[in-house]
Design a protein around this ligand. Structure first.
Ligand code: HAM
Length: 422
């Protein structure tokens, strides 16, 4: 019996990994353009960290975490809580008043797997800690937009404000009394959420619940003066940066730590899994986790969803994979080619060679399979003349090239030719 991967856990095969490497490269470059530095974090954390940050009454903490109860530890379902834990533990704020940090890696949630939704998935997460100005919100959102733009992915941006501990309780009361009047028309989950997490009812996907909340009070009408002002400035600053957005007053997010600005990048091309990336402000959370009273804001992009969109939109199709395939015909030629290939690799070329003495036809096929840009054909006759044939696999042009001097000299002149020809 073959052993297969666990449901919801996926292998990223080599052809796909090319897209992932490209995506990560673009992301690191952009994060660093905005001054963010990388932080690498463990996958296991104390369960309490997530209960205290994401919230006890969220779907993630209630039913989606991979927890080892006897050890009190959990496989992280997201990156923000771990990043803040590390930030507090190592007193990073002492070095620099505003810290911009990013982390890339796997997260784990026990959700029902489907296209774009996995149990092990990956996030590219950025956090800006220590700044509360609305310009920072707009700058961070614009960073997310720039990342998607540079990856060639189109997505719409929705924003909202969730207020603060001053204004949200009042809104919550208003919403609960509105929902209670419609209790019998809501789904079973929402019926329960009225008491545990009423804001979540606003973004329930059930069509009946959706129609019931159409006339629900809007949090944007309930914001206190400072939150209202903050939101207006975020909007204005997004406009100053030319970032288009729409306001979605029903967006509430699935994690409890948010205050003020929240946002999501949405696509229509992935069925039900519409959010490519999302985030928001979490003033108060760092203090709640035992750290200094510092504000923060961040977002995380879902890498599986971006990879699917890149595939659909044919972004980053792999080019030639190997610079050169060396086809040696006969034992003598193979003996000559073996150290030459090693030297070519030392010169920085990607080089493949067959070691099993196949025919020229079979080796040319192999050169095609590894997607080589050039093939160097060395036969015993050519070797006697101290030359070989270099073939450009795309144009099919061939030229005779000298194989003179030491192996290093031969490699040097060959590498130059291959590079000049590419
Ligand atoms: P989140 O909305 O839970 O936020 O996740 C962010 C992104 O991760 C989603 O938009 C989605 O693209 C991806 N994602 C989430 N769950 C899955 C899954 N099961 N399969 C595939 N992709 C998934 C957070 O995690 C926050 N920590 C974001 C944040 C950072 N807020 C502030 N800073």
């Amino acid at each position: 019996m073959k052993i297969k991967a666990i449901n919801g856990f996926k292998d990223i095969l080599p052809d796909e990994a090319v897209r992932w490497q490209y995506m990560e490269g673009v992301a690191r470059d952009i994060f660093e353009r905005f001054g963010a530095r990388e932080i690498r974090l463990p996958i296991l954390e104390k369960t309490e960290l997530f209960a205290r940050s994401i919230g006890e009454a969220t779907d993630i903490v209630e039913k989606e975490m991979y927890t080892f109860p006897d050890k009190g530890i959990t496989m992280r379902p997201e990156g923000t809580a771990s990043l803040l834990r590390a930030f507090i533990e190592h007193g990073l704020h002492v070095q620099q008043p505003v810290q911009r940090l990013y982390t890339i890696g796997p997260m784990f949630r026990h959700e029902r797997p489907q296209k774009g939704r996995l149990r092990q998935f990956h996030q590219m997460d950025v956090e800006v800690i220590g700044a509360s100005e609305p310009r920072v919100d707009a700058e961070l959102i614009a960073m997310g937009r720039m990342l998607l733009d540079e990856l060639g992915i189109s997505a719409s941006l929705e924003i909202n404000s969730l207020g603060c501990p001053e204004c949200r309780p009042g809104f919550r009361r208003q919403l609960v009394s509105f929902l209670k009047e419609r209790r019998d028309r809501l789904c079973r989950d929402c019926d329960r959420r009225i008491d545990t997490n009423p804001l979540r009812v606003l973004d329930c996907k059930n069509p009946d619940c959706r129609s019931q909340v159409q006339d629900a009070p809007s949090i944007l009408d309930a914001l206190c003066g400072p939150c209202d002002d903050h939101f207006a400035h975020v909007c204005r600053n997004l406009e100053a940066l030319g970032v288009a957005y729409s306001v979605n007053r029903f967006m509430v997010r699935g994690l409890d730590y948010y205050t003020r600005t929240t946002f999501e990048f949405i696509t229509g091309d992935l069925g039900a899994q519409a959010a490519i990336g999302a985030g928001g402000r979490y003033d108060g959370l760092i203090e709640q986790l035992g750290g200094p009273a510092l504000p923060g804001i961040g977002f995380a992009m879902g890498m599986e969803r971006i990879a699917l969109l890149m595939e659909q939109q044919e972004v980053a199709r792999p080019g030639p994979r190997m610079d050169l395939f060396v086809a040696a015909l006969g034992e003598k030629a193979a003996g000559h080619a073996f150290p030459l290939v090693h030297q070519l690799r030392r010169q920085g070329l990607k080089v493949a060679m067959d070691h099993s003495g196949r025919s020229l036809k079979a080796q040319m096929k192999q050169a095609g399979r590894v997607n080589a840009a050039h093939t160097l054909i060395i036969g015993d006759n050519e070797l006697q003349q101290q030359e070989a044939i270099l073939r450009n696999m795309e144009t099919r042009e061939q030229e005779t090239v000298p194989l003179q001097g030491t192996v290093t000299e031969q490699a040097h002149s060959l590498a130059r030719r291959v590079r000049d020809n590419s």
